[in-house]
Design a protein around this ligand. Structure first.
Ligand code: BV8
Ligand code: ZN
Length: 256
């Protein structure tokens, strides 16, 4: 059981007084649903592959079959996974904030749509999603929720190659998502970084940008990260099963 001392009282006060809170999530929020993170040494996706070998347009151009197999494997595994108590706590936090007339923005780096499955609204996907596949030739985008693809790479009716609708290294983030994130950071008074190693830009720079504008910043993460020294509150621990940080945070908020 998390001792509630792990969540400082002045953080609860700041959250309760906040007019506009922004939450940024990373793979750590989905970890307890069974989704491999990227950089966890043993189990992380990068433990087997180097990101530049698979998560780039060059990798897809070089070996579309290998890259499609990797993403198809991740997509099929995701189909059997469900949101965890950390996702549900973030849904409760959004409802808690909106019911009190606060503004609430959820930015995610995750491509699994487990926030959507848990019931979060207006999720801003900074790195796209694994569920949508886009034709490189005609641009048609379609959700693929079924079993493993019959053939790899995936072909479009027009004959073009279909790629996963995620943002690869070296690719710009979706313009609308980036603008929404920048707008939220420019007006928030509280920024929560949850379950991210804070190494992938531009998302890794959001906490610093919020802080520079005078917002208070909190980090909920299992391990220390490059932003741990700049945040006002650092709550270390797992975020996603009933006895850990995010559900505990919701219990404390509901007392208010
Ligand atoms: C861009 C693809 C303009 C989809 C991903 C040099 C310096 C600075 C920047 C750059 C640079 N060289 C290149 C860049 C830009 C580059 C970048 O930042 N590289 C880094 C690595 C240095 N960024 C880009 O290319 C971005 N585009 O900038 O465009 C541009 C263009 C050209 C050149 C320059 C700039 C595009 C970034 C998006 C890349 N796509 N994924 C896929 O395959 O899924 S990145 C990948 O990492 C995921 O999307 C993921 O969201 C993201 C971040 O990872 P995390 O979510 O943080 O996951 P991670 O495993 O790292 O950490 C998990 C954390 O959770 C850990 O801290 C752990 O402690 C914690 N945790 C674990 N379990 C739990 C937990 N916490 C709580 N509870 C638990 N149970
Ligand atoms: Zn096509």
């Amino acid at each position: 059981m998390t001792d509630s001392a792990r969540i400082p009282d002045d953080f609860i006060e700041s959250l309760t007084a906040s007019a506009h809170m922004v939450i940024l999530t990373g793979a750590g929020v989905s970890a307890e649903s069974g989704v491999p993170t990227f950089r966890d040494a043993q189990t992380g996706l990068w433990a087997k592959y180097r990101p530049e070998d698979l998560a780039t347009p060059q990798a897809f151009a070089r070996d579309p079959e290998l890259v499609t197999r990797w993403y198809d494997e991740r997509r099929v595994k995701l189909a059997s996974l469900a949101p965890n108590d950390g996702h549900r706590a973030i849904v409760a936090m959004q409802r808690w904030a909106l019911s009190r007339g606060k503004q609430f923005t959820l930015l995610t780096q995750n491509v699994d749509r487990l926030h959507h499955a848990a019931g979060s609204e207006d999720v801003i996907e900074l790195h796209g999603t694994l569920w949508v596949w886009r034709c490189e030739s005609c641009g048609v985008e379609r959700e693929e929720r079924g079993g493993p693809f019959a053939s790899h790479p995936l072909r479009c009716e027009c004959g073009g190659l279909r790629r996963p609708g995620v943002v690869w290294f070296g690719e710009m983030l979706p313009q609308a998502a980036l603008e929404a994130a920048e707008h939220a950071i420019a007006s928030c008074d509280l920024f929560l970084s949850i379950g991210t190693s804070a190494v992938v830009y531009p998302a890794a720079g959001f906490a610093q940008a919020a802080k520079a504008r005078g917002a208070r910043v909190a980090e909920f993460n299992r391990d220390p990260t490059p932003i741990s020294d700049l945040v006002d509150w650092s709550v270390q621990g797992n975020s996603g099963n009933s006895a850990t940080t995010l559900p505990e945070l919701m219990r404390r908020l509901e007392e208010n």
